[in-house]
Design a binder for this molecule. Structure first.
Ligand SMILES: [Zn+2]
Ligand SMILES: [Zn+2]
Length: 344
């Protein structure tokens, strides 16, 4: 099969090549991939490398397709079933996190698209326990969006709970930020999404999705806007979904006393912030890392209920063979969610 393989941890080292089509082992299924989403993480893996990588490995972890082969002992799936797969490829099954369903913290966890072969290929195998049926009323495009959506759902329904009428600020209007914003909206919050001047098209999409207010963090007085929306108190919840230090600083400035700060962006290096604000404001800091199985179930349900829209967020579908152009589209931020079609 054709696959996009990261051959070494170091920057670059990515080849589009033929590799053997994988066979599902006991407990696994093989998926013929219909759509595979490009995540900002994939760009980081290609351009900077990453400690989670176990090369050579096929990148890609946002996958929708159909069951194409079934390993020994698997029940509940038939050839031709429309499915998506969660990213967990292996967990120990016995640690305290596995027992609680917090698979994202299992010390033995391996994920597809980093430590095990992922979705930028014609086929992927994964453990059947990670695979979920894609309801008939959901498209493969929507299916491929469940992973980034589940990140926002985890942050805003599992790490913290958004109260109806509260004010939630999402910094970063990328796909994850816009899914998180819709998740907060679905829970009855007043939602403000912030981005930079170059994010204007993305902020306009936020408005089209029913987000209450957009702000340009470079030109607007964000602190004043948040004060005006909260009788001067500040935002109840602030989500940082950019990976920029300035966004963390802004988050700590605009979050209310006794409020909640949720870091979601990725920082590979130490950063400098005014740590005293956490103490002085008595903030709750709820880190949010990837997702857990329940986040996926909720995300899928929110799409079915019409609470989360993906149509405005999927900007491009490229044939897998045009992966270079697809990645450039993501890197140049011309697209929002860019999907690959491995059948072409
Ligand atoms: Zn992702
Ligand atoms: Zn475990």
């Amino acid at each position: 099969m054709r696959a996009l393989v990261k051959t070494k941890i170091e920057p670059g080292n990515i080849i589009f090549t033929e590799i053997p089509t994988p066979e599902p082992a006991a407990g696994q299924v093989r998926i013929k991939i219909k759509r595979s989403g490009i995540c900002q993480t994939d760009n980081v893996y290609i351009n900077e490398g990453g400690f989670a990588l176990k090369p050579p490995v096929v990148l890609g972890h946002e996958i929708a397709g159909v069951i194409d082969a079934i390993g020994e002992g698997v029940t509940g799936f038939e050839i031709g079933d429309r499915v998506i797969t969660q990213t967990t490829f292996h967990v120990c099954g016995t640690c305290r996190f596995c027992k609680r369903g917090d698979l994202n913290h299992c010390p033995e966890r391996k994920g597809i698209g980093s430590a095990a072969n992922g979705g930028f290929a014609e086929y992927v195998v994964n453990r059947a326990a990670s695979v979920m049926h894609l309801p008939d009323d959901l498209t493969f495009d929507q299916g491929a969006c469940i992973e980034p959506m589940a990140c926002g759902v985890h942050a805003l329904t599992e790490r913290t709970v958004v109260n109806a009428g509260s004010v939630v600020v999402i910094l970063g209007p990328g796909p994850i930020g816009l899914f998180a914003a819709q998740t907060a909206k679905a829970q009855g919050a007043y939602v403000i999404v912030g981005g930079t001047t170059s994010d204007k098209p993305r902020l306009d999409i936020a408005l089209s999705l029913g987000i209450d207010r957009i702000v340009d963090v470079l030109t607007d007085d964000v602190q004043q806007i948040v004060k005006d929306a909260t009788e001067g108190y500040g935002a109840d919840v602030v989500v940082e979904a950019t990976g920029n230090v300035s966004a963390v600083k802004l988050a700590l400035d605009i979050v209310a006393r006794r409020g909640t700060f949720i870091p979601m962006g990725i920082f590979n290096n130490d950063i400098s912030i005014d740590f005293h604000q956490i103490k002085k404001k008595e903030l709750t800091v709820e880190g949010s890392h990837a997702q857990i199985p329940t986040s996926w179930e909720k995300a899928m349900r929110l799409v079915q209920l019409g609470k989360i829209n993906t149509d405005a967020i999927v900007s491009h579908v490229f044939p897998l063979s045009q992966w270079e152009e697809a990645f450039k589209t993501v890197k140049d931020r011309k697209g929002l969610k860019v999907l690959l079609d491995p059948e072409n």
